[in-house]
Design a binder for this molecule. Structure first.
Ligand SMILES: Cc1ncc(COP(=O)(O)O)c(C=O)c1O
Length: 297
């Protein structure tokens, strides 16, 4: 909204993400244009972006999925070449880095979520937007309060986009602990990397500081793995079972199955296992052992 993206505009993003990424595009009246992922990182494949840029393209919205940033250099180059905004969906990536730069500090804006499952979670819903552009920051602040400045004088139609004060209070307590949360997750990931012998482990690029919002494995027979983990009462989740281009609400975009093979394959094969900092050594070992004992995968 603050970048004035609306009817008739196109925004390029990935179909392998949480719905909100494309939902935000559609809700301002613009059209999500999907580009397949790099199967190693699950992030948008920058090599496939340029062919999707048209006169209507206003922005690229890379998603830093699972806590690893998308390959930002080629994305920023394209944005510069075609004068596009870059909106980083950093919902899962607070504290992650690309070549030493933090998520949300490279694009035009960065969008973060404080949903409880995130590395920095509040006790309900919350989020922030970051930008290095002072003028845009001011506009975002105005949009946050129904588009008013001064109070009761509206130059835009914004919304109630404030961070709830109770959530802010919770976050204020948790923020100083964030770094230790990242380190705990990285330590747990290291254990899994050494110990798990089945399935495809997460791939971390050399440019990345991965903060492991998720630890995601891949199995040909993923559904059997899910059943085994459930039987063993090991928490697990499939992020995400249906890529966005084949969601019912996007029928009108005209995509069909087969359009984004890497995203579709990932949707059938991924499964995420517990990674949070407070896991005990016994719990981590139990998860790894259960996976190593899997048969027929
Ligand atoms: C990749 C991604 N984008 C956007 C969101 C939306 O965040 P929120 O639920 O805080 O609006 C999420 C949250 O789950 C997410 O994982």
């Amino acid at each position: 909204m603050a970048l004035d993206i609306s009817n008739g505009d196109e925004v390029i993003t990935t179909p392998f993400t949480f719905f909100a990424t494309a939902g935000a595009i559609q809700r301002v009246g613009a059209t999500p244009v999907f580009v397949d992922i790099d199967p190693k990182t699950y992030n948008i494949d920058p090599k496939k972006i340029e062919e999707k840029i048209t006169e209507k393209t206003k922005a690229i919205m890379p998603v830093h999925l699972f806590g690893q940033m998308a390959d930002m250099d080629p994305i920023m180059e394209l944005a510069k070449k075609y004068s596009l905004y870059v909106i980083e969906d950093a919902a899962q990536a607070i504290g992650s880095e690309y070549k030493g730069k933090r998520a949300g500090s490279i694009g035009t804006t960065g969008c973060f979520s404080f949903f409880p499952s995130k590395n920095l979670g509040c006790c309900g819903d919350g989020g922030i937007v970051t930008t290095n552009d002072a003028e845009l920051a001011e506009k975002l602040r105005i949009f946050r309060v129904h588009g008013s400045k001064p109070k009761y004088y509206h130059s835009y139609v914004g919304g109630n986009f404030r961070l709830d004060p109770i959530q802010a209070a919770v976050l204020q307590v948790k923020l100083p602990l964030l770094e230790s949360q990242h380190l705990g997750r990285q330590k747990n990931a290291e254990f899994y990397n050494k110990t798990i012998k089945k399935g495809l482990l997460p791939h971390v690029e050399t440019y990345s500081r991965m903060i492991y919002n998720q630890y995601t494995l891949r199995f040909k027979n993923r559904d059997a793995v899910e059943t085994t983990l459930n039987k063993a009462t090991i928490g697990n989740a499939i992020y995400y079972p249906v890529p966005l281009h084949i969601q019912k609400c996007f029928d009108h975009l005209g995509y069909s199955e087969g359009d984004f093979p890497e995203s579709e394959k990932a949707a059938k094969e991924v499964i995420s296992i517990p990674i949070y900092t407070e896991l005990t050594h016994d719990e981590l070992s139990y998860v790894a052992e259960t996976i190593n004992n899997l048969v027929e995968i």
